[in-house]
Design a protein around this ligand. Structure first.
Ligand SMILES: [Zn+2]
Length: 439
């Protein structure tokens, strides 16, 4: 008998890899934060003695969800301004509020609030882009959640940095300061083609190559962005980015709402990943990303929530369902983007985009034990014929019962184990008072 840390037995397990498999009455064996394997329940009991035995008799266990695009600290601006087009929303509300209030404390508190929300919704990894990423990193580390932190760069000054060189310098220092944190990884995060100039993109490409990091970038989010890019640079933003060497297998192209068939082919040929954020695109009236065509072309497409100011939920269950529904409506085909594909996008595709596909994204031997258990015994989920169908079309994040990151249980029967909720809420209310006083 091998002594291990935990045996997690569940009614169903959807490991994502192998694809489209639903295991019944199986057990996940966890040792030192890693998955040793998935076994039929009786086999696991014969083979292992575990310090902790977890029984989930009415639950489905899936890999922890990967939120491929977020601005976590914006939880503190949730609901501050809504029902506006993107540039008006950014220029007249979000950027002025950020200029007045964003600070290391704001980012730390806002990110911890986001981490608590995400863990409660089954999200175990978040690809984050915001100012003061070192403080975001400290919040994720305190929450014991996995995150990819963006070394953000914009051509104009903010409270965080003065110019592109200053942004990149601070980003590199952040990466150095947090290098002992095992759950943190990094992306170079140029904000968007309309906020970053050619020279900065050239530096971004060099740095991403040197450090072997993904590039996390908003691109082709709106028609206006494309028109303005054409007027200013004489080319569509993606053509300009290709000329600058930005397109490649390490690019996470966020939104990618407006793509020509040739641009979709180009993404596939160059191995670009997409972070599809359907709720944000719907709310800001950006349009419908061509997800069916992207998937058909073989483009690695993950899902993201975007920031809480533009969505307004950091809720991957909502994104999974919305992505599936929009793809069907857009293509006129109900058989497009089925439940298993939607779940794969929210897990393994996100992991692959971040270069973490060997570490997370599926329940396989050797991977980190980043897991999400969903209770299927509530009234609205009974009966359950196909757990994958329920996860995508019937469940909400409130059905998530337990969450592990690297074998560490962050949510136990809906209770956060590492975050003091009352203290976090009190801090959020303090920030609300500050933002309202200076609005
Ligand atoms: Zn965004």
């Amino acid at each position: 008998m091998e002594a291990i840390d935990e045996l997690i037995s569940a009614r169903w397990i959807i490991p994502i890899e192998p694809a489209s498999v639903v295991l019944e009455h199986h057990t996940i064996a966890v040792k030192a934060g890693r998955i040793l394997g998935v076994f039929p329940e009786a086999n696991a009991q014969q083979r292992f003695t575990a310090r902790t035995q977890t029984e989930l008799p009415n639950h489905v266990v899936i890999p922890g969800l990967v939120n491929l695009h977020a601005h976590s600290a914006m939880t503190l601006m949730r609901g501050l301004a809504d029902d506006l087009p993107l540039m008006k929303w950014l220029g007249e509300h979000i950027w002025p509020a950020e200029a007045k209030h964003v600070s290391p404390e704001f980012v730390y508190d806002g990110t911890l609030l986001a981490a608590a929300e995400m863990v409660r919704g089954g999200i175990t990894c978040c690809n984050d882009m915001y100012f003061f990423p070192e403080d975001a990193g400290r919040a994720f580390a305190e929450a014991k959640m996995r995150a990819a932190l963006g070394l953000i760069v914009i051509d104009f000054p903010t409270a965080y940095a003065n110019d592109p060189a200053d942004y990149l310098h601070k980003g590199l220092a952040m990466r150095d300061a947090l290098k002992h944190e095992p759950l943190l990884s990094y992306c170079i995060a140029p904000h968007a083609p309309y906020t970053v100039g050619d020279k900065t993109f050239e530096q971004v490409v060099t740095l991403a190559d040197e450090l072997d990091l993904p590039i996390h970038l908003h691109v082709h989010e709106t028609q206006d962005e494309i028109r303005e890019g054409e007027a200013k640079y004489g080319a569509r933003p993606l053509a300009r980015l290709h000329r600058l060497g930005v397109l490649g297998p390490n690019l996470i192209a966020v939104h990618s709402v407006h793509l020509s068939p040739a641009e979709i082919e180009q993404y596939a040929a160059l191995g670009v990943s997409v972070a599809h954020c359907p709720s944000s695109n719907l709310k800001l009236a950006s349009g419908f990303a061509p997800t069916p065509a992207l998937l058909e072309a073989g483009v690695n497409t993950g899902l993201g929530t975007d920031g809480a100011a533009s969505n307004n939920r950091l809720d991957m269950f909502q994104e999974i369902r919305t992505a599936a529904l929009c793809a069907k409506a857009l293509s006129g085909r109900a058989d497009v983007l089925g439940a298993m594909t939607a779940l794969r996008m929210a897990t393994l595709h996100g992991a692959r985009a971040l270069g973490l596909e060997k570490e997370i994204g599926s329940i396989e031997a050797g991977k980190s034990a980043d897991l999400c258990a969903v209770a299927m015994d509530s009234l609205e989920l009974t009966p359950c014929y196909h757990p994958a169908s329920h996860l995508v079309y019937a469940c909400a994040r409130e059905h998530v019962s337990d969450v592990w990151v690297a074998g560490n249980r962050l949510l136990r029967n809906r209770q956060l184990t590492h975050i003091d909720q009352a203290r976090l809420k009190a801090k959020a209310v303090l920030w609300q008072t500050k933002l309202m006083a200076n609005a």
